[in-house]
Design a protein around this ligand. Structure first.
Ligand SMILES: [Zn+2]
Ligand SMILES: [Zn+2]
Length: 730
């Protein structure tokens, strides 16, 4: 009897045996439907055999092969096995991460691609739509005027003016691939001739075609890294290869997609990210798998796209924290991309202005080729001037330093744009009673509730808990409650009060929740209809605002004082990025940072535009503390409704860990359990045990054994997960 070993997306290690009905032809990598515990599941065949250890009468048959899907290629199965082994997760879970939503019943519930302008008709749409609209005069008229419009583009404000049933129809068009996001910026000026550095970098990458060659491409914001990627990609595609291009976030940066398409005319560029409608994501995935797509542009999940002719891998903004997945399989998209390039023997380019310390160390130790773009591609663009506003000596007015207020005033007079960056949404991070000191806390979490004044609510940003804004203190009855600290909403209000005629836009997750809202704001900013933007890190990602000459940074001290060892690195990278946004098109830029630590070396480095100096100082701290990239970490996180249960489980886990280290004489430390930084979340008590080693191999041997033992520990009501190479301590 033919037996198929099938990996299924369940939290159980090992594969499941099914018998293969005659007439069903399966190979390794086939996608199949089976039943498991009375539920239909999609799995992947990872082995074929003649016998099973399970009694034949107890085996179930494979129900069917998933129609229309070729088997996964061998190299992708190899990547899946490697990822499952490295992160100590079941193979079936890893494979489920790789696949687009297939399962009618169990597919992930993704929100559809937002209907946001500007949109343009695709070639497919131009061909398909005319015959489908015969019976819908309203849509036919829209289509006709759209096709006649310049560039066949419909803008966000036109889109919003359409009646809802037309918008509903357009959502269908978007899902079908008949329309797609259009450039939201005026067409870029003709690309500059590559400067010698850019030409050299591209030539080095092209020369490495056909072998594994990792590159760090380091270049300040505006130095033209994208032009280097695109030159290398064009060469690879011209040679018949497929290119995998990873970016941290696609929805926020549609202009990047446009640039890729413009640089590769006549080539097929498809996107892969979780925001795509299921049908579209399946089609793009298949286009990649069939070799029809020349370029796959996507977020971390695209690191697993099937690419039979893969010839080049590019990871843009390789330092970005969003490459690390924080649940299920906790993989790092950049690391997976490098492994893929190694397994396939192709070059991989990691591009950034602010390399992650891990990547920088590889480059310093010459495991990666280090390409540097030291000058800005637009020659007249200069690095911005950095000014520190000392929050100790100059008490800020409604959170804003006098120097920042004055600088914004100047920009308004000159008709230039300003950006105020603060990484806190809401009105104020907490609500305080002036009489007894009570602060509003979340009943489910060890966290303060955030004041959302517009909604008249207190909200928890960890679990979503909401409560009405109280009129008086629940402890002492005092009615004098005041909001403590400054979120984006409060700063927006303060700026509006100070500059009543300024046009101010707030950009954060609350203000952009509505479909198309972010695109609308971006359109206004580019049209010069916005003077001041207030927002969170959404504003830091890859936007080029031509009249922006001032960036104000608030809340810097939260990152600098954080207990998380990566907080300073992340904040530093963000700061260099936002600073790079100021003064890009020949207008001189200025960055004003408010801080109580003006002597922090980060700011001196920022003023010199010296990321390398900043990174070198951080690197020394990490070396001294025995932290990554000089050590490997794994974090065992556990949670349960009762603190005692978490503590019991983690204590037993540490004891098991110590025993393994002794038995196997491994160079691994296993630290005592501690509460997580957020000790309670959504009613769950949380804690963690850290394992550390200077050797990746030793840590991996340890984890393989520990993981098995953890499954055998009594863990009543305790949920736990291993995080290899954690993004931080949370
Ligand atoms: Zn009180
Ligand atoms: Zn909460």
């Amino acid at each position: 009897m033919a037996i198929a070993r099938i990996a299924l997306p369940v939290a159980v290690y090992g594969e499941f045996d099914y018998w293969v009905p005659s007439g069903l032809s399966l190979v390794e990598g086939s996608l199949v439907r089976v039943r498991l515990a009375h539920r239909a599941r999609v799995g992947v065949v990872v082995g074929l055999a003649d016998v099973s250890e399970i009694e034949t009468s107890r085996l179930q048959p494979v129900t069917e092969v998933v129609a229309g899907f070729a088997p996964l290629p061998a190299d992708l199965l190899a990547v899946a096995r490697f990822v499952a082994g490295y992160y100590h997760e079941p193979l079936g879970q890893v494979l489920a991460q790789m696949l687009p939503p297939l399962d009618r019943e169990a597919g992930p519930r993704r929100h559809a691609t937002p209907l946001a302008g500007p949109l343009t008709l695709t070639a497919e749409g131009l061909a398909e739509l005319p015959q489908r609209l015969a019976r819908s005069p309203r849509l036919a008229a829209l289509f006709a005027s759209w096709r006649a419009a310049e560039d066949s583009v419909i803008a966000e404000h036109e889109l919003r003016a359409l009646p809802s049933h037309v918008r509903a129809a357009l959502r269908g068009w978007l899902a079908a691939g008949w329309i797609e996001p259009a450039p939201d910026v005026p067409p870029a000026p003709a690309p500059h001739e590559p400067n010698p550095e850019q030409a050299q970098a591209a030539a080095a990458i092209v020369a490495a075609q056909g072998r594994f060659a990792p590159f760090l491409l380091q270049g300040v914001t505006g130095s033209g890294k994208t032009a280097v990627y695109l030159a290398a990609a064009a060469a690879a595609v011209a040679g018949g290869a497929q290119v995998l291009l990873l970016v941290p976030e696609i929805n926020l940066t549609p202009q990047f997609e446009r640039r890729v398409k413009d640089a590769l005319p006549g080539r097929s560029v498809v996107t892969l990210h979780s925001g795509l409608a299921a049908g579209l994501r399946r089609r793009h995935w298949q286009a990649a798998a069939m070799g029809a797509a020349d370029v796959v542009l996507g977020t971390r999940l695209a690191a697993f796209a099937p690419l039979p002719r893969l010839g080049l891998v590019v990871v843009d903004e390789e330092h970005d924290p969003s490459y690390k997945q924080q649940d299920l399989v906790r993989y790092h998209g950049r690391d997976v991309a490098v492994w893929r390039a190694r397994l396939r023997g192709v070059p991989v380019v990691l591009g950034t202005a602010t390399p992650a310390l891990e990547t920088l160390l590889h480059a310093q130790q010459r495991r990666y080729d280090w390409l540097v773009l030291s000058r800005r591609a637009v020659p007249e663009a200069r690095s911005p001037q950095v000014v520190l506003a000392d929050d100790r000596t100059a008490p800020a007015n409604e959170g804003l330093a006098d120097a920042l207020v004055a600088a914004i005033g100047q920009r308004l007079t000159r008709g230039e744009q300003s950006l105020v960056f603060v990484n806190r949404r809401g009105f104020a991070p907490s609500l305080l009673c002036s009489s007894c000191g009570w602060q509003a806390g979340c009943p489910q979490c060890s966290a303060r509730l955030v004041v959302h004044r517009d909604a008249g609510e207190l909200r928890c940003h960890h679990c979503g808990h909401r409560a009405r804004l109280p009129r008086s203190c629940p402890d002492c009855g005092n009615v004098d409650l005041f909001p403590l600290g400054h979120g984006t909403q409060r700063l927006e209000a303060a700026l509006a009060a100070r500059f009543p005629t300024a046009r101010i836009a707030r950009v954060d997750r609350d203000s952009t929740r509505r479909e198309g809202a972010f695109a609308a704001i971006r359109e206004q900013v580019h049209a010069g209809e916005i003077d001041v933007m207030v927002g969170t890190q959404m504003l830091a990602k890859g936007h080029d605002f031509p009249r922006l000459t001032l960036v104000g940074v608030l809340g810097a001290d939260n990152a600098l004082a954080s207990a998380d060892f990566r907080a300073t690195e992340r904040f530093g990278a963000l700061l260099f990025q936002v600073a790079g946004r100021a003064g890009r098109a020949g207008l001189p830029g200025e960055v004003i940072v408010q801080t109580r630590y003006p002597d922090h070396p980060l700011f001196a480095a920022l003023a010199r535009n010296d990321y390398d100096g900043f990174a070198a100082a951080l690197m020394e701290e990490r070396r001294a503390a025995g932290l990554p990239p000089f050590a490997r970490l794994a974090l065992l996180g556990a949670e349960a409704p009762e603190r005692a249960a978490v503590e019991r489980f983690l204590a037993a886990a540490q004891q098991r860990g110590l025993a393994i280290v002794r038995e196997q004489e491994l160079d691994v430390e296993v630290f005592p359990p501690v509460p997580s930084a957020l000790a309670r979340r959504a009613g769950q008590e949380r804690g963690q045990v850290l394992a550390r080693s200077a050797s990746r191999g030793a840590l991996q041997r340890f984890l393989a054994r520990w993981r098995e033992d953890l499954d055998a520990l009594p863990a009543r009501g305790v949920r736990f997960a291993l995080d290899v190479d954690p993004a931080g301590f949370s």
